[in-house]
Design a protein around this ligand. Structure first.
Ligand code: ADP
Ligand code: ZN
Length: 607
């Protein structure tokens, strides 16, 4: 890559000036400034930052600080629209080209592009890969290409999209431009693959910490999960959140049942007609409906900062998906929670999806390994945050202090005897039975299948009558996680011995097991942060109502007008002039011009 002429402005002071005047923020987060400087020097980068970390500014500020155009590749129209609306509100000239535009709208965007009036252009990979589009793009002064959701380029990632792979063709077409790939979900293999697939030139990898300190994570067995979920939701009556289910049918069922329990929820899935989907999404974004029960179709493109809880009714298919979904909580940095309910049944069902899906065997093996990691996470009795961080290649010595296992450490006790009973029963049944049947053997069940298979004749039959099914299940899962036993999925999920089994059976190694804790004890809702005491609630209410009016009037989500953080700050500091308004986080010049007068008028009523 040749060295291009220096960009217009790269010094830190000027970057801070843009941050303040356009976006209304005082300081850069974590690596943001370094990434921006790097990109402005026309060098390639891979940026890995958790959801809500602030990836967008890493290419939006370079776009504003340099001449010419920044091209942003984005996988979804909803995402593009969201970004463009947000940028327009902050006074930035941005537009998108996609198939939902009318010919007139498209022509208007092209006119602006030809006139050099736009700083950012959003496009889908499909559109960019079109030959004619590429020829057109060559005629524009493109200095930076940002590829959002870059994990889509890798088959090792979570949402592989073949069209992303074709994007590699852009690199030689724009030799002078910097390429920056951004993603929130990429394990080590995927990270390497993104750089390779996109043909990035000597990319620097910026890996921000994935730890979301403001999210408290919990995992529970799924027994009586509906009741547990209802009790969590009752703790959050004034706040917004999402309940994720695996199937469309479940979203409807769970939503209906929760409503029957006196809660107010709506469901959302890809099977609803476009209008209903749009309506539910809008109502949620405007805080009109607080709880959405949805499949994962709900989320991409939802950039709502004040989501306080994310609940998983089922275990997700892998840790990337899980982490991305819980990452929608607490984007405003405030205390939030994630509760996941996971059962062995979920595991088996997800495994069946993989088995029955199409795709190469190699691909299925990767998916299964990821599912197993997910299950380990769900059933670990160690720090959950560290378990997920290590998956993304981040290793921490200290425990997190904001997961259930850290907050409420499980009590460990000597589990040698139950371990020996389990191992012995597996052995004596010729390693041919699955978890449920093993528990039947241990508890001396009189089931027909037991008698038919002669399992009531083995020596371990009934040695564990005094222990409940739930506790046995819990122990077996712990032993699976410790590698003392294993499961053969290709043989009807039967339990097998491993090289660690013999020493455990002989008692050569003491086995510590976490004591079983019933779900009721685990689901205590955490203490939530109290609102700042000096917030003037009546002013806050008035501002929220005004914001909703504005949002409806302009057909944009409420948080695009002003974030909750901004209006809370206004309520407590009661600004009386433009200068004071500019001190509010999230208010830059454009928002001052648009809304300053109206806000000051409302505040006056309360002084
Ligand atoms: P993501 O990494 O998920 O793309 P975004 O770029 O959407 O995250 O940023 C998440 C939120 O954080 C947005 O509301 C954004 O305006 C805000 N944000 C980003 N950078 C900063 C900053 N330096 N100071 C304050 N807020 C910021
Ligand atoms: Zn922890």
């Amino acid at each position: 890559m040749t060295n291009s002429p220096p960009t217009l402005m790269t010094n830190s002071k000027q970057l801070h000036a843009i941050l303040k005047s356009t976006f209304g923020y005082d300081t850069f987060r974590s690596d943001q400034e370094e990434i921006i400087q790097h990109v402005l020097n026309r060098k390639d980068a891979l940026v890995i930052m958790p959801t809500g970390g602030g990836k967008s500014l890493c290419y939006q500020i370079p776009a504003l600080a340099s001449k010419g155009l920044t091209l942003v590749v984005s996988p979804l129209i909803a995402l593009m629209n969201d970004q463009v609306i947000n940028l327009e509100q902050t006074g930035v000239a941005a537009a998108s080209l996609h198939s939902n535009l009318t010919p007139v709208e498209s022509m208007e965007v092209e006119r602006k592009l030809n006139a050099g009036e736009l700083k950012l252009l959003y496009m889908s990979p499909e559109r960019i890969n079109n030959e004619a589009t590429q020829n057109y793009l060559r005629t524009l002064d493109i200095n930076l290409i940002a590829i959002d959701e870059a994990h889509c380029v890798s088959v090792w990632g979570n949402d592989f999209r073949p069209d992303y792979v074709e994007l590699a063709r852009l690199r030689p077409i724009f030799p002078e431009a910097a390429f920056v790939a951004l993603t929130a979900t990429a394990d080590q293999t995927t990270q390497d693959d993104i750089c390779k697939q996109l043909k990035l030139v000597e990319p620097r990898v910026f890996l921000s910490s994935f730890e979301r300190k403001n999210i408290t994570t919990h995992a529970h067995p799924s027994l009586k999960r509906l009741d547990k979920i209802a009790s969590i939701l009752r703790e959050y009556t004034e706040e917004c959140g999402i309940v994720y289910c695996l199937s469309r049918k479940d979203t409807e069922k769970v939503s209906t049942k929760l409503n029957m329990m006196g809660l107010n929820t709506k469901f959302y899935h890809a099977g609803l007609d476009a209008e209903s989907r749009y309506r539910v999404q809008r109502e949620f974004q405007n805080d009109e409906i607080k709880i959405i029960v949805a499949t994962i179709a709900f989320g991409m493109g939802i950039d709502k900062p004040n989501i306080r809880f994310v609940i998983h009714y089922n275990m997700p298919k892998n840790l990337e998906a899980y982490y991305q979904e819980i990452g929608r909580a607490g984007r405003d940095g405030k205390e939030s929670v994630a509760h996941m309910f996971a059962s062995w049944g979920d595991f088996i069902m997800l495994k069946r999806f993989i088995d029955d899906g199409d795709g190469k065997q190699e691909f299925k093996a990767v998916q299964l390994a990821k599912l197993e990691r997910m299950w380990e996470y769900a059933s670990t009795s160690d720090c959950r945050t560290n378990s997920v961080l290590s998956y993304f290649g981040e290793y921490k010595k200290e425990n997190c202090g904001h997961c259930d296992n850290c907050l409420n450490p499980p009590i460990k006790k000597d589990g040698t005897i139950p371990t020996q009973k389990i191992l012995s029963a597996i052995w004596r049944s010729n390693q041919s039975i699955g978890m449920e049947l093993l528990i039947d053997v241990l508890r001396g069940s009189q089931k027909q299948e037991i008698r038919d298979r002669g399992l009531d004749g083995i020596k371990t039959f009934g040695v564990g009558r005094e222990t409940s099914r739930l506790v046995w299940k819990d122990y077996i899962i712990q032993l699976l996680n410790k590698g003392i036993i294993s499961i053969n999925y290709s043989q009807g999920s039967t339990l097998k011995w491993t090289p660690l089994s013999t020493p455990a059976l002989k008692g050569e190694k003491k086995i510590q097991l976490a004591e079983f804790v019933p779900t009721e004890k685990k689901v205590k809702a955490p203490q939530r942060q109290k609102r700042e005491v000096n917030v003037d609630n009546s002013l806050l209410g008035r501002l929220k109502a005004w914001r909703l009016e504005q949002a409806r009037h302009r057909s944009v989500p409420a948080y695009v007008i002003l974030s909750n953080k901004s209006i809370e700050e206004i309520s407590s500091s009661k600004p009386t002039d433009n200068m004071e308004l500019l001190d509010i986080s999230g208010i830059g010049n454009a928002k001052l011009n648009l809304y300053g007068e109206a806000i000051l008028e409302i505040v006056q009523e309360f002084i």
